[in-house]
Design a protein around this ligand. Structure first.
Ligand code: DHE
Length: 506
């Protein structure tokens, strides 16, 4: 018996053989013929990524057309310009940006069906198969060809380069001993990689459009936040087997996307930011294993996401989306006490602070927090006792990532957007002044700095397909080494991440 897909292909083939122009073939039939085998008949993804509006929100339609016509270099995506004319490519593009008729779901059964254990626990050796300071390793994500490089943080020599899932997002997370690293892809894949043995040990697909993953400080659980469907998924960290799917639905039946999930080691809990509900959720690590996790709700006055936590995880700063007005001042953030659930302060920062990229350090008798701004060329420096903005530094354009290290006198901030995206600013942490502006590769985006374990060197990405990782002496600000890489994005030092360094994102 012919199923619906066969029927569509048949309609399409018949249309062609009858001399019908491609323009008359329904876009859905084109999709089934050319795309479904890799991207799934329901557009939820397969060997290729999901092709739904939510997954494509970061790809311009003009670029999508180019990819359909010419393919994507260094991936399995071929070009179709010989089979499809301009009108057919335009119709296909329009089709993939249309929402599906029914909201797609991704159930516990589908998660279970995707779960694969390549190397069960105990089957691989317990010692690293290479020599290096295991606490000074970096994982560098290379977006250009969807790979990651394990880099020795002393010699700055790559140890191993391996394939990742398509379009990783958010920082990869380490187990406490630094042996395992967990990656999340925007398409919902979570992968667990054994650094000692240089092997991916388990994988599971937990959603259709995923935000990020967090690992509990007791190394037992992985929590993953999804935009699609509206769920938080809890996994066993040992083999990534699913434990629970928590729909983000309130008593009235309203549901919300998860903006991000964070682990809060001193609290022994996960903290969940919601995009469409004015509340924060807290889920203690225990008793998650009962599959009836306790969920504490903190009600808010407005919608907050993009969180920055103080080092003790007693206070969270969240960005208000959209920003509000209090006493005639623009308020773009709130400070919430996580124990009492009370609002401590409004943050009077203009524009759109990128709090998730914020860093903190001691300054005089206080602690300050600095955040770039996604809307404006400004870095806001906030006193964490008074919650007042004590300084606003003008930069050459909106920045995305900020970084420092306890042992470094400097904080680095990139200029991610605009004509000066090749520029990186260096800020003196005591004078709170810009002391140097570097242009590492004129005309090429320079972004995302991370420090070595001892803070002596700062590593920066030239965020281009033919890009590079540049190693700087973090004191003299001189370039030490340039390592070619394919659009390197984030880089993550095992020590700084597992010790929750104040100068790095957590
Ligand atoms: Fe990210 C981290 C949200 C766009 C690269 N990004 C995060 C985190 C959040 C977030 C909540 C922290 C999670 C974590 O690390 O576990 N990012 C968002 C957005 O809401 C936004 C603005 C829009 C979106 O489409 O998601 C966004 N992010 C981007 C990009 O366009 C970037 C530059 C390229 C990309 O990879 O898509 C980007 N985000 C990153 C990186 C981190 C990140 C490299 C990890 C930072 C770190 O150093 O830890």
């Amino acid at each position: 018996m012919l199923n619906r897909h066969c029927l569509r292909i048949l309609t399409f083939v018949t249309a062609l053989t009858c001399g019908t122009s491609l323009a008359e073939v329904p876009a859905q039939a084109l999709y089934i013929t050319y795309c479904a085998v890799c991207h799934g008949s329901d557009r939820l993804g397969g060997t290729g990524p999901a092709l739904l509006p939510q997954n494509l929100s970061r790809l311009r339609a003009s670029m999508a057309k180019e990819v359909i016509a010419d393919g994507r270099p260094l991936t399995q995506m071929p070009g179709f310009d010989e089979q499809l004319d301009e009108e057919a490519i335009a119709a296909l593009t329009e089709f993939i940006y249309q929402p599906p008729t029914a909201a797609p779901d991704w159930s516990l059964e589908q998660i279970q069906a995707s779960h694969t254990v390549h190397h069960p626990e105990g089957t691989l050796g317990d010692r690293p198969i290479f020599e290096a300071d295991l606490m000074n390793l970096f994982v560098v994500v290379e977006q250009g060809d969807h790979h990651a490089t394990l880099l020795d943080g002393d010699s700055f020599e790559p140890i191993h380069r391996f394939k990742t899932r398509y379009a990783l997002h958010g920082g990869p997370k380490y187990s406490r001993d630094g042996r395992y690293v967990y990656f999340a892809s925007r398409d919902g894949w979570i992968s667990k990689f054994d650094i000692y043995n240089l092997k991916t040990v388990a994988e599971v697909r937990v959603g259709i459009n995923t935000r990020n993953a967090a690992v509990s400080f007791n190394d037992k659980y992985v929590a993953v936040g999804n935009y699609l469907p509206h769920t938080l998924v809890l996994l066993h960290a040992s083999d990534l087997s699913p434990l629970a799917v928590l729909p983000m639905i309130d008593d009235e039946g309203n549901s919300s996307r998860v903006s991000a999930v964070y682990t809060a080691p001193p609290r022994g809990s996960f903290i969940v930011a919601l995009k469409d509900m004015p509340r924060i959720l807290e889920i203690p690590y225990e008793p998650i294993s009962t599959t009836q996790p306790v969920v504490r709700e903190i009600q808010l006055d407005d919608y907050l996401d993009d969180f920055f936590f103080d080092q003790a995880y007693t206070v969270v700063m969240g960005a208000s989306r959209p920003e509000g007005q209090v006493d005639g001042n623009t308020v773009s953030g709130r400070v919430i006490d996580l124990d009492t659930g009370q609002k401590l302060a409004d943050l009077a920062i203009p524009g759109m602070p990128h709090l998730g990229s914020g860093i903190s350090w001691n300054h005089g008798n206080s602690t300050v927090m600095a955040t770039p701004n996604l809307d404006e060329g400004a870095v806001s420096i906030i006193d964490m006792n008074s919650w007042r903005v004590i300084k606003t530094l003008q930069t050459k354009g909106p920045g995305f990532f900020m970084r420092s290290h306890d042992k470094s006198p400097y904080a680095w901030v990139d200029v991610f957007f605009g004509p000066h995206r090749d520029v990186v600013h260096v800020i003196d942490k005591q004078s709170l002044e810009l002391v140097k502006t570097l242009v590492p590769a004129p005309g090429q985006t320079a972004a995302h700095v991370e420090f070595t374990r001892d803070g002596r060197y700062a590593l920066l990405s030239i965020w281009e397909i033919d890009g590079a990782l540049i190693v700087y002496d973090a004191h003299t600000l001189e370039e030490i080494k340039r390592i070619p890489m394919s659009k390197p994005s984030g880089k993550y030092n095992v020590y700084n991440k597992t010790h929750y360094e104040a100068g790095t994102s957590h």
